[in-house]
Design a protein around this ligand. Structure first.
Ligand SMILES: O=C(O)[C@H](O)[C@@H](O)[C@H](O)[C@H](O)COP(=O)(O)O
Length: 235
């Protein structure tokens, strides 16, 4: 079941999404020693990060990681780790523990096994996980044209038998990417999908209609295992 919440613009959407994620983190911290949060990169999350970091919660017990990463060091302007450190892990939220995806290995593929071990040490399931969406219906770094999209979307195997992160290589994006796989994206108490703009609203409507490899985000919307809350604006 997908809960869809429309907002006039990203400026009004961002604090509402930040508040919802903070409530999930507080709830997880009430029942566990730590809470895990996974976030996406891109432009849309920045105001959400800047609102979330002001939330009064026990950030020292929060572990933040990424849903996907461009395979570049943090010194590169494309780095999602750098984006999260610049906009989320500031102020109160600076106390959180950050788990990057970029390992320094030559290729994302070389890092898959290492990340599998890293992810198994996270306080799972994720208290919350924030996805974005591209105009092409990609989410995380699961792109329609990715040569190993099927591996990234494959459900059915147990979470223990599914790699948490797979390299998304080939001409799918300007930079080689590492992406969480769908089973691990859904290994969360709640998944949030955030997007804005008329084009994305149109793609979202098509993706909501049926699961379709043309729109990888459709597989997040079609599943019934994990609650999905959509924070959307048409502008
Ligand atoms: O690394 C990334 O870029 C993101 O994880 C990616 O999946 C993003 O969520 C969408 O491309 C939307 O990006 P915008 O918010 O910039 O439109």
């Amino acid at each position: 079941m997908v809960d869809i919440r429309w907002f006039d613009d990203n400026a009004s959407l961002a604090p509402a999404l930040a508040s919802a994620v903070a409530a999930d983190l507080r709830a997880a911290l009430q029942s566990g020693a730590e809470a895990a949060l996974a976030v996406s990169g891109g432009r849309s999350p920045v105001p959400v990060f800047e609102a979330l970091r002001e939330e009064d919660l026990d950030w020292a017990r929060v572990v933040v990681t990424l849903v996907d990463e461009r395979w570049v060091p943090e010194t590169d302007s494309a780095s999602n780790a750098a984006l999260v450190k610049a906009h989320l892990l500031q102020g109160r939220a600076a106390a959180a523990r950050f788990v990057p995806l970029y390992t320094g290995d030559a290729t994302a593929q070389d890092a898959e096994t290492k990340l599998a071990a890293t992810f198994k040490s996270l306080p799972l399931p994720f208290a919350a996980l924030i996805l974005g969406m591209g105009d092409d219906g990609h989410t995380a770094s699961l792109f329609p044209a990715s040569p190993n999209l099927d591996a990234g979307l494959a459900l059915g195997a147990s979470i223990a038998d599914t790699p948490p992160c797979l390299a998304q290589v080939g001409a799918v994006a300007p930079t080689e990417r590492m992406s969480m796989t769908l089973p691990w994206i859904l290994h969360a108490r709640r998944v949030y999908l955030q997007f804005g703009g008329a084009k994305k609203a149109e793609v979202f409507t098509a993706a909501l209609a049926e699961p379709n490899r043309q729109y990888p985000v459709s597989f997040v919307l079609a599943q019934t295992q994990t609650p999905v809350v959509v924070f959307a604006s048409r502008s």
